[in-house]
Design a protein around this ligand. Structure first.
Ligand SMILES: *[C@@H]1O[C@H](CO)[C@@H](O)[C@H](O)[C@H]1NC(C)=O
Ligand SMILES: *[C@@H]1O[C@H](CO)[C@@H](O)[C@H](O)[C@H]1NC(C)=O
Ligand SMILES: *[C@@H]1O[C@H](CO)[C@@H](O)[C@H](O)[C@H]1NC(C)=O
Ligand SMILES: [Zn+2]
Length: 493
């Protein structure tokens, strides 16, 4: 039986089966396009095409949501082969199509809402995008809308249709640049703008351009390779003073969170292009920026599936691809809010640091001579400023310091651009999730470790139009300035 059909048949079963006890981790920014309708199957990059059936989608096998059930997936189909990077032309026709898919905002004050959502998710009728203690944003498949509506009505669960047709939003999200911009790009010597979500090539080209243009303060280093062989590039901005503090900032751990690399590259541009005019607070820091931690996933969201979250490394013997890099870091790895099922969107990997991308970040932080006092990782969405711990409902001994700095950053963001950020420990504000990069950074003695979930609060979600990039990045930079001021203040004390 085709897998898709199995999914629908199992729906019938679930409608009859009674309620299970639910320990739903409220997974923020979770769940990509598994099981969604496709124009064509997503072409898997591979070098041994004879071993791989191009018409078998790797994204439609999840019949059980592993965040509810930690059993290993039992689907075995083909073994994904070593990949190669596909040419752009052949990718165009093989994108996952989200036509008719809807985004709903669902209040979870009613007791049964989470139970019902959990069941629908396991039956692959919906996926969750984001959630906090009071709301969940869910994606509803086009052919499930009728049934899910009926079930919600029957169970008296309210919902609000936020996006009527996701594919329409995706089509409108990232329009090509106008002629003036293209002309400007040519004159500038790099293609990066904050009027578009750019491909990896433009981002890396921009980093190299800055290193070449400002060799006295900017340098670029490749700290490792992704699974598919792409560079993992760090840019450092420093005037070389021995008394400088060091700050590490990354973005793009999750592939589909496009606003994150856009924001981190905006910071880079602000500091590198205006270094002499910058405040002492900014100049007294050695800045390390890694705008795209997950380059394979990032490219995949441009070429094949806009909602891909994980990296792209297959697991031998499994047809599901990718590990959630933000569940793969080595502090309390394997705990709550992470899955052992390779088909899950929160798959933690076969062991801590099993993935080249997370390992490259950790190896760099551990072995570089820089002594980081802050680690900030940018994600989307929801507007949260979160500090450890994520692995369980607990806070580190010095959490008051983090809370204070976090709140002053949030206040700066609000007065700069108006966006309200919720500040708190991630396990408390959202849900426990073990294996996050912020927990690991904190465990390494980096005092100010934050995960920042950028805009918005769920009107556009991951599909934030390009017209928002500059305002989101600008207000975020106001927050970063406050952090640099605090770090310099602490230095004097
Ligand atoms: C939870 O999400 C809702 C809807 O997105 C939002 O209005 C609310 O402020 C969030 N709660 C917290 C504590 O951030
Ligand atoms: C909707 O529910 C009906 C039974 O009530 C079932 O036959 C049908 O397959 C369901 N559709 C989907 C997409 O689950
Ligand atoms: C790193 O910085 C911390 C805090 O500023 C300090 O306590 C520690 O001794 C430093 N470590 C090294 C190796 O310089
Ligand atoms: Zn994320």
């Amino acid at each position: 039986m085709p897998v898709a059909m199995k999914v629908w048949v199992s729906t019938l079963v679930f409608l009859v089966v009674g309620s299970e006890a639910l320990t739903v981790p409220l997974i923020n920014d979770l769940e990509p396009g598994k099981g969604w309708p496709q124009r064509n199957s997503v072409k898997q990059p591979n070098t041994h095409s004879e071993e791989v059936d191009p018409f078998v989608s790797t994204t439609e096998f999840t019949t059980e949501d592993p965040s509810f059930n930690n059993e290993e997936a039992t689907v075995t189909n083909n073994v994904a082969a070593p990949p190669k990077i596909i040419a752009r032309a052949e990718e165009i026709e093989s994108k996952v199509d989200y036509s008719g898919t809807q985004l709903w905002k669902v209040p979870t004050d009613k007791n049964n809402a989470r139970v019902v959502i959990g069941r629908l998710r396991r039956r692959n009728l919906i996926s969750t995008w984001s959630g906090n203690q009071t709301y969940i944003d869910i994606l509803v498949k086009p052919n499930a809308i009728e049934n899910v509506t009926r079930i919600f009505k029957r169970e008296s669960i309210d919902f609000n249709i936020v996006i009527e047709d996701l594919q329409k939003r995706i089509n409108e999200e990232n329009p090509p640049l106008d002629e003036n911009e293209v002309e400007l790009q040519d004159r500038r010597g790099h293609r990066m703008t904050w009027k578009q979500y750019h491909r990896l090539e433009d981002i890396h080209g921009f980093l190299d351009y800055l290193a070449k243009t400002y060799p006295a303060i900017v340098s670029v280093k490749t700290i490792g390779k992704s699974y598919e062989g792409r560079d993992i590039k760090i840019l450092r901005i420093s005037d070389g003073k021995a008394t400088n503090k060091a700050v590490f900032i990354d973005g793009g751990i999750h592939a589909r969170e496009w606003i994150s690399p856009a924001t981190v590259t905006f910071f880079i541009n602000q500091i590198a292009e205006n270094f002499d005019e910058e405040s002492d607070d900014v100049k007294n820091i050695d800045w390390y920026f890694l705008p795209v931690v997950n380059p394979d996933g990032y490219e995949f969201t441009h070429t094949s599936d806009r909602l891909w979250r994980k990296n792209r490394k297959p697991l031998l013997g499994r047809q599901c691809i990718g590990t959630d890099l933000n569940r793969n870091f080595g502090y309390r790895w394997g705990g709550r809010g992470s899955s052992s099922n390779p088909c899950s969107d929160i798959y933690r990997g076969s062991r801590m640091f099993s993935e080249p991308e997370s390992k490259a970040v950790a190896d760099f932080i551990k072995t570089t001579s820089a002594n980081f006092t802050a680690y900030i990782t940018y994600h989307s969405y929801g507007q949260y400023l979160l500090y450890p711990w994520g692995y369980e409902n607990a806070v580190p001994p010095d959490y008051i310091d983090l809370d204070e700095v976090g709140k002053s950053m949030a206040e700066a963001i609000r007065s700069a651009g108006g966006s309200q950020y919720t500040v708190g420990a991630s396990s408390k504000v959202l849900y426990p999730a073990a294996g996050g990069s912020d927990d690991w950074a904190k465990s390494q003695g980096i005092k100010y470790s934050f995960t920042i979930e950028l805009s918005d609060t769920g009107h556009y979600g991951f599909i934030l139009p390009t017209s928002f990039i500059e305002s989101v990045a600008k207000e975020s930079f106001a927050g970063l300035r406050v952090l640099s001021r605090q770090l310099n203040k602490n230095l004097i004390n």
